[in-house]
Structures are given as C-alpha cells and as structure tokens.
Write a protein that binds this ligand. Structure first.
Ligand code: C5P
Length: 232
C-alpha cells in the first residue's frame, strides 16, 4: 500500500489555495480539503483540484443520523475524490449507512475513514467534557474496531495510536494520522502530536500535515522534509 503525505489545505478561499499549490511547480501532492475551503468555495473547487491531478481527501467528518449520512455520501460520490470520512462516534449504523451511500455508484468508491478521537482532544477533555470513562487509548481502539466491523477502510487517529490500531484491526486497515509536527515546531491547538519519523516507525499509512507545511517560510522544502522523514 502506498504511503503518502497529505497536505491539509486549510485556506479561506480558492485564491489562497491555488497560490499555495502553484508553489509546487507541476508536482501534485495529495491534498486534504476540509470544511474551511469547502464551505467557502463549494464542490467546484474539489472538482478543479481533482481534475488538475491531485489526490483528494475530502475531510467533512460527517456525523448525523444514518439516513442523512447515506444520502450525503451518495452526493459526495459525484466529486470523484479518493478519501472521505465520518465520525466513528456516530455509531455503527451510521457508518454502515455511509458505506451504502458510497457503494451506490458504478465505479470504484473512495476510501472511507472514521475519525476516532480528534487529535486536539486530550485525556482531560475526554473525561471532563465528553464524560467518557475509558482511557484515550481504549476509546480509540474501540472506535477503530467498530469502524472495521462496519466495513470502513481505516481510521483517523494520532500516530501515537496507529500501532495499536493495526494490532487490533489488521495490517491492511488504514491509519491516517494528523497531529504532525517537526521536533522543532509549535504544537498550536493539537494535543497528541508526533513527528513524521515517529509516524513512519509506528505504522501510519498517511500523515496529514497542515500548518507545519502551509505556514512554513518555504512550504515546498517543508513538504520535502515530510516526504524524506516519512517515506525516505
Ligand atoms: O495544521 P495541522 O497540521 O494541525 O492540521 C491538521 C489537519 O488535520 C486539520 O485540517 C484538521 O482538521 C485535521 N484533523 C485533525 N485531527 C483529526 C482529524 C482531522 O487534526 N482527528
């Protein structure tokens, strides 16, 4: 399975996004389009970036009743993206409905990944705000096995949990890991962070890197550093 670095294009609009992607001079990194860009520009920008040759992870983190998520996924199919996601906390019926929605087309469906526990959540927030009595590791592992049993292809988790997820769900179950920082970088709002090299050693399939690349003085050099450290 191809390991890759996914750049989180958390930009406010198309101009900022194309300005950023233009720095890569013909290279076509795998990109993540999240709610900031999707809500401002709509599906058109997804089609345009896809047509220009990028792999796309459309990170809209669906979380609703099963019928609504089934329909939402059916609509997203027309965008031709490579990867989409839901929150595992929406439950197994919702995740199964997401698979059904994505399987309603004639072609190959995008990879479907479940968010376990956001990498901006630490043990204190899980306990005090979400009122989850289990540890972070147990919660992530539980959501991962629920996602696997519901027919999903993998999970979003921290690189700190990727090894455990593989032990529980099998080597082919994908781990997509944000919360990536260089050893000399700022954590920002993320709590469960790791370096690209740590992610490589602990079995991540894809690392998702936002500000460590997008806010770097030289984003292309920062991306190359991620590739070198994660893929080698
Ligand atoms: O800038 P930074 O590298 O922290 O960005 C991480 C990206 O990954 C953001 O777009 C965020 O929405 C996303 N993400 C995350 N944690 C998750 C799921 C997605 O940080 N569990």
């Amino acid at each position: 399975m191809a390991k890759d670095v996914i750049i989180a294009c958390d930009f406010p609009d198309a101009a900022a996004t194309y300005g950023f992607l233009g720095k890569f001079k013909g290279r076509k990194p795998f990109v993540k389009i999240g709610m900031e860009l999707f809500y401002s520009e709509g599906p058109d920008i997804v089609r345009k970036i896809k047509d220009s040759g990028h792999g796309i992870f459309l990170d809209l983190k669906l979380h609703d009743i099963p019928n609504t998520v089934r329909g939402g996924m059916r609509s997203l199919l027309s965008l031709g993206v490579d990867m989409v996601n839901v929150h595992a906390s929406g439950g197994s019926a919702m995740m199964e409905a997401a698979v059904e929605g994505l399987s309603s087309g004639s072609g190959e469906r995008p990879l479907l990944i479940a968010v376990t526990v956001l990498t901006s959540t630490d043990a204190a927030r899980l306990k005090n705000e979400a009122l989850v009595g289990e540890s972070l590791e147990t919660t992530v592992a539980h959501y991962a096995s629920l996602a696997a049993r519901s027919g999903l292809d993998g999970v979003v988790c921290s690189p700190l949990e990727a090894k455990r997820v593989k032990e529980i769900c099998g080597e082919s179950f994908l781990t997509v890991t944000p919360g990536i920082r260089f050893a000399d970088g700022a954590a920002d709002d993320q709590k469960r962070i790791a370096t690209p090299a740590f992610a490589k050693e602990n079995g991540s399939d894809y690392i998702v890197v936002g500000r460590a690349v997008t806010a770097a003085a030289d984003p292309v050099a920062a991306y190359e550093r991620c590739i070198a450290d994660f893929i080698g």
